[in-house]
Design a protein around this ligand. Structure first.
Ligand code: GLU
Length: 297
């Protein structure tokens, strides 16, 4: 039974401080605020700052400023994922004890070479819902002795979930997709196998988006996850990790994405205007709210 049916409502907005917030982020934050109001729940802010190559403290500071400018009130304590590495290590240890984790040594270019070789032979390589090739997993069946030897050999490695083993022992999984505004709900079958052997711990930092988000949603008692449609397919992986780690099941609402004039998802890399630029250009928070359909009552 989803925790949303038994526990007091808790929501979160969880940006990654890898850049400045744009209107797409504002829509997500305002959707969370409106859902929290509707449900009478608490709303937390969580900084998903575990990627050392992209996360910057200056972006986290800017995000706090932008959200304050939009007048979105969060619970006082902001959770920084970079301070939660011990919790992720504990969850990883649990999955290791279950025999579901293996060290993965291939670099991005080695994976690309394997995919290209296979596709040159006319065999399409399977891809995950985001379009990335599934990890070939040559290490999956190494005996423990070889794993240990290679892991102490000095080559960097990620830790990946052995998806076949993980799903073999799991019951059929699903999630409740519940729209807190219209009240409609739907049960969606989760097929985590589509993602292949997902990364649980990256080479540079011993966690990943999937692991950290699952551990922290449970840690913060999040009952209702409100986030963009682009993350809907990843929910299958999160449901599997919740099952494996015996964590409560939240309900989910994947909201529409704000698109640019060409119909593409807004992204800083594609030149989406940052909220702070709109602010500098004299736009008011009320205008932003109204433009996104969240006028202050
Ligand atoms: N940190 C993720 C992002 O900015 C969102 C995580 C989530 O809402 O599950 O895309």
């Amino acid at each position: 039974m989803p925790a949303s049916e038994t526990a007091p409502p808790v929501l979160r907005f969880a940006p990654s401080p890898n850049g400045y917030l744009h209107l797409g982020h504002a829509y997500s934050a305002l959707s969370n605020e409106a859902a929290a109001r509707r449900l009478g729940g608490r709303l937390y802010l969580r900084m998903e700052d575990t990627d050392p190559t992209r996360a910057r403290a200056a972006f986290a500071t800017a995000i706090l400023e932008d959200l304050a400018w939009l007048c979105i009130a969060f619970e006082e304590k902001v959770l920084f994922q970079s301070e939660r590495l011990a919790a992720y290590a504990a969850a990883l240890g649990e999955l290791e004890r279950l025999g579901l984790v293996y060290p993965a040594f291939l670099s991005r270019s080695e994976i690309a070479a394997k995919v290209a070789a296979s596709e040159a032979g006319g065999k399409p390589w399977p891809r995950d819902p985001d379009g990335a090739p599934l990890y070939p997993g040559p290490e999956r069946d190494w005996p423990q002795s070889r794993r240990r030897r290679e892991m102490t050999g000095g080559r960097p490695y990620a830790l990946r979930l052995d998806m076949r083993r993980a799903t073999a022992g799991a019951p059929p999984l699903s999630w409740r997709e519940t729209d807190p505004f219209s009240g409609t709900c739907q049960t969606i079958a989760a097929d985590p196998g589509l993602w292949g052997d997902v990364v649980l711990a990256r080479k540079e930092v011993r966690t990943s988006y999937h692991l950290a988000v699952t551990v922290d949603d449970a840690f913060q008692g999040v009952t209702h996850i409100v986030r963009g449609m682009d993350l809907k397919p990843a929910t299958a992986v999160h449901r599997l990790l919740q099952h494996l780690l015996a964590l409560p099941e939240p309900s989910y609402h994947h909201h529409r994405l704000i698109l640019d004039e060409e119909g593409r998802k807004l992204a800083k890399s594609a030149g989406a205007t940052a909220l702070r630029d709109l602010r500098a250009a004299g736009r008011k928070p009320g205008e932003i709210r109204a433009a996104l359909g969240f006028a202050l009552s």
